[in-house]
Write a protein of this length. Structure first.
Lengths: 167, 65
């Protein structure tokens, strides 16, 4: 995973996106006990590659990676240094989550991970069974800033979902 | 067997109720949440290996550190 993060940092350094943060299960796992997952979700704020139809274009990322020899896919995941990676354009609450991500290191390599409060909001928004499991883990095991969480949930209209979740 | 009355002898030789036993279990999970990120990824890789070699999930890709 260290080399995978190095490649993601390289993409950012070369201007393929403005900012990124690890989200999804791996970000949750940063704050909770370890659990099984298959892939690495990388949320990106695009550099401006939005075409005239307001479609976010990720092709420059994939072309750059293909040029480096990364062109093996499994489903929607591109294999980068042995790790299945999905690049997800961050919009709405995800964009704010990327902007406010926590800087950390992995084996000495700098990276950014979404905070537990934003992860809870994103998992609540998706609300599949596996997302609900992660919300439970985060609420039980992570250190949560409840004031920040409440502000995010209010801003993105997720309070009702959160309160229903607790019942 | 009555869960309220039956007790358990733990590995560290304490006799505890079921309630205390599961409270201890919850505490262990919370302690695991405090492990370094790298250690958690090592455990994840072990879980991926288990999924492939023991669970027969041949489509799981085992990561490298």
């Amino acid at each position: 995973m260290k080399k995978t993060i190095e490649i993601i940092n390289e993409l950012k350094a070369n201007g393929h996106f403005k900012e990124y943060a690890i989200g999804g299960a791996i970000a949750a796992l940063k704050w909770t006990e370890p659990f099984f997952t298959r892939d690495l979700d990388v949320f990106i704020i695009p550099e401006g590659d939005v075409d005239e139809r307001q479609v976010i274009v990720l092709s420059s990322i994939y072309e750059y990676l293909k040029g480096k020899g990364y062109d093996a896919w499994t489903g929607q995941w591109l294999i980068i240094e042995g790790t299945p990676v999905e690049f997800i354009p961050a919009v709405g609450v995800a964009e704010e989550a990327v902007a406010n991500a926590v800087e950390t290191t992995f084996e000495g390599v700098k990276t950014r991970v979404m905070s537990p409060e934003y992860l809870i909001a994103l998992f609540l928004k998706a609300s599949r069974d596996k997302d609900k499991m992660k919300v439970r883990l985060l609420l039980d095991q992570a250190v949560i800033n409840t004031q920040r969480l409440r502000a995010i949930l209010t801003k993105y209209d997720l309070v009702e979902k959160y309160e229903r979740f607790g019942q | 067997m009555n869960e309220d009355k039956t007790k358990i002898l733990t590995a560290d030789k304490k006799v505890v109720t079921f309630e205390e036993f599961f409270a201890g279990d919850r505490e262990t999970h919370k302690q695991q949440a405090k492990l370094p990120f790298e250690e958690k990824i090592r455990i994840l890789i072990t879980l991926q290996n288990l999924a492939v070699n023991w669970g027969g999930k041949k489509d799981v890709i085992v990561w490298k550190m």
